[in-house]
Design a protein around this ligand. Structure first.
Ligand code: SF4
Ligand code: SF4
Length: 601
């Protein structure tokens, strides 16, 4: 039988941090995880994390995973992957290695259980059809196995997981038709929701899914409005044509092993459902068993890491007999700071069940509204909620941004200090910071951008905060950031739209496209003619015979004006729409020859 001083079950952020805290202090620790690679959910997270830099804010989940794994290995943590804890008995722990198809017995003095959480599911008609996935499964397929399970998606749940999944799907080139949320407000961070909305994805509140459409597989979804008790209201159904339905309706702690070992389990919905009892040091009702992370309460990765450290230092203290109270106090202070904000309210209340109290408040709530120095290149911060995050503050080289005393404070900017360097724009995990500057005839907006880059000087369609097209602009300059992979695309836009333009899309050119069907004139011919200098509808009519066919311009007039607007930047409303000549319908010569004058005239 193999013997170790400590066993950590689960190699996610909580488990790895716990193992690091122990191994750094000389504890012989083994980490067991059933996954193919360590890191828990981290390897499939391609977005930047919130928090502060001490806990890797602004790095992407998979990067954080790599750092923690390297740290753990460097400190001598032993990692056993593809291995499940099959049973915990009084005299031994039985591991099952799936790859080698064998069991192994283990004896340890202390156990840290960090088994995380699993996805919740909801019931609706035909929820058995292929094409219905949990959000985590889609992230695994997409971000780890580079496979998109469908083309057209609908996401159920607008918490952070649903919102992040929506953004990642858009980055992968999928079409996200909508995000559906049963409650009356978005549950996740507003900055996550804003990233999705400005790309044109609607977030439909007060609705739920009632049925998946299809026989062999999903080919649609029916949603309906819900009443105050979240029951679908008959007659409010709407249909979406999709091939994939993603459920992001919450997580529940994986308590099975903790329960099996005999730890006290209680039902505390505000912590996520059934959870093991734990004290402030993350110790369960059993003397040598600790927990951390989502198993203890459904929260963010930062708090999972902190809890892992608290548990790890406590176990190390018991095993080595050394005093780690300084490290433990430091981590507890971090937890207090993080949990002061409104997004921790549920957890704060849930923890009262175990007589653990966390204070709230003490952070800045006021949204900045002082006058901006028009004409100066400066940042525009659109981060209106109290979330535990501060890379904007810590990355600014001039100290222009502050979030105040507590990390949950709303960021403010000192415009006198801002030099427009853009560092904060590339670091902000919420992509909530923009750069703006007004000039005499036009303005510049710098957009944080994580998609395939356009070309400099390319003409693009400007989108507002809700993804509505509001005109055309030009890519003035691109500042690439190959470290954080958030680039800044500077757009030249019409003056007065600095506070509206928040995204853009490329103009898709289809040279097979026929604009004037009567005369078979293509988009390319029209674009070429405009480039030659025929920028007026009447000029194009004479040059290309546009609108001279039987329809008299009914099909092509507006399309042609839109292309002129696109190419010249002049709004359609300011263009001359051309003359409307008779006859309004095609007449044969015979009809004209056979015509009779009105004898009365
Ligand atoms: S643009 Fe530069 S100077 Fe201005 S707030 Fe951001 S980091 Fe600071
Ligand atoms: S603006 Fe600051 S607080 Fe808000 S998401 Fe960005 S970095 Fe975090």
């Amino acid at each position: 039988m193999v013997k170790h001083q400590a066993l950590v079950i689960g190699a996610g952020p909580a488990g790895l941090c716990g193992a690091i805290a122990m191994a750094e202090n000389g504890v012989d620790v083994l980490v067991v995880d059933e996954g193919l690679e360590p890191g828990g959910q981290l390897p499939k997270q391609t977005h930047k994390f919130f928090g502060h830099e001490g806990f890797f804010a602004s790095l992407r989940g998979f990067e954080i995973g790599k750092i923690l794994i390297e740290r753990a290995r460097k400190n001598g943590v032993k990692l056993l992957l593809k291995t499940t804890v099959a049973g915990i008995y009084e005299d031994a722990i039985v591991l099952y290695n799936r790859e080698l198809e064998k069991t192994q017995e283990l004896k340890v003095d202390y156990i840290l259980i960090a088994t995380g959480a699993s996805e919740k599911f909801i019931s609706f008609k035909k929820n058995y059809l292929p094409g219905i996935y949990g959000a985590g499964a889609v992230q695994t397929l997409m971000n780890q196995y580079r496979t998109l399970p469908g083309k057209n998606f609908i996401i159920i749940g607008a918490g952070n997981i649903g919102l992040i999944l929506g953004y990642q799907l858009l980055q992968a080139g999928a079409n996200v038709k909508a995000i559906i949320e049963a409650s009356s407000k978005v549950g996740g961070y507003a900055v996550h929701a804003n990233k999705i909305k400005r790309m044109g994805v609607p977030i439909i509140l007060n609705h739920t899914i009632v049925e998946a459409i299809g026989e062999e597989k999903v080919n649609g979804a029916i949603i309906a409005k819900v009443d105050a008790s979240f029951k679908p209201i008959p007659g409010t159904e709407r249909e979406f044509v999709v091939d994939t339905i993603c459920l992001a309706v919450g997580l529940q702690p994986n308590v099975e092993l903790a329960a099996q070992i005999g730890a006290r389990i209680e039902y505390v919905p505000k912590l996520g459902g059934y959870v093991p009892y734990r004290d402030e040091n993350m110790k369960t009702s059993l003397e040598n068993v600790y927990i951390a992370g989502d198993l203890a309460s459904i929260e963010e990765a930062t708090t999972a890491m902190i809890e892992g450290y608290i548990a790890g230092y406590n176990i190390a203290q018991k095993i080595t007999g050394k005093d780690f109270s300084e490290q433990i106090t430091k981590m507890k202070r971090e937890l207090v700071e993080f949990r002061k904000g409104p997004f921790s309210q549920k957890v704060r209340e849930g923890l009262k069940h175990f007589n653990i109290s966390f204070s709230e408040g003490g952070y800045r709530t006021k949204i900045q509204n002082n006058e901006e120095p028009v004409g100066k290149l400066r940042v525009k911060i659109e981060c209106p909620q109290n979330i535990p995050c501060n890379p904007c503050e810590t990355s600014c080289p001039t100290g222009a941004i502050t979030v105040g005393e507590n990390i949950n404070g709303i960021p403010h900017v000192d415009y006198d200090k801002c030099i427009g360097c853009g560092i904060c724009v590339t670091k902000c995990p919420g992509l909530a910071i923009f750069l703006i500057q007004e000039f005499e005839k036009s303005s510049i907006v710098g957009i944080p951008y994580e998609f395939e880059l356009p070309d400099e000087n390319e003409k693009v369609i400007l989108l507002d905060k809700n993804g509505n097209e509001i005109g055309y602009g030009k890519v003035e300059k691109i500042v690439k950031n190959n470290r954080f992979h958030t680039h800044i695309v500077f757009l030249n836009i019409p003056k007065g739209f600095e506070n509206d333009v928040r995204h853009f899309k490329k103009i898709v050119k289809n040279y097979e496209e026929i604009i004037c069907r009567c005369e078979s004139i293509t988009r390319k011919e029209i674009e070429d003619a405009i480039e030659e200098g025929f920028t007026d509808f009447e000029e194009l009519r004479r040059y290309l015979r546009i609108s001279m066919g039987p329809c008299g311009g009914r099909v092509c007039r507006l399309q042609t004006l839109s292309i002129i607007s696109e190419k010249t930047g002049i709004p359609i409303s300011e263009l001359d729409s051309g003359r409307y000549r008779p006859p309004s319908i095609p007449l044969s010569f015979k009809a004209i020859l056979n015509g009779e004058d009105d004898k009365n005239e």
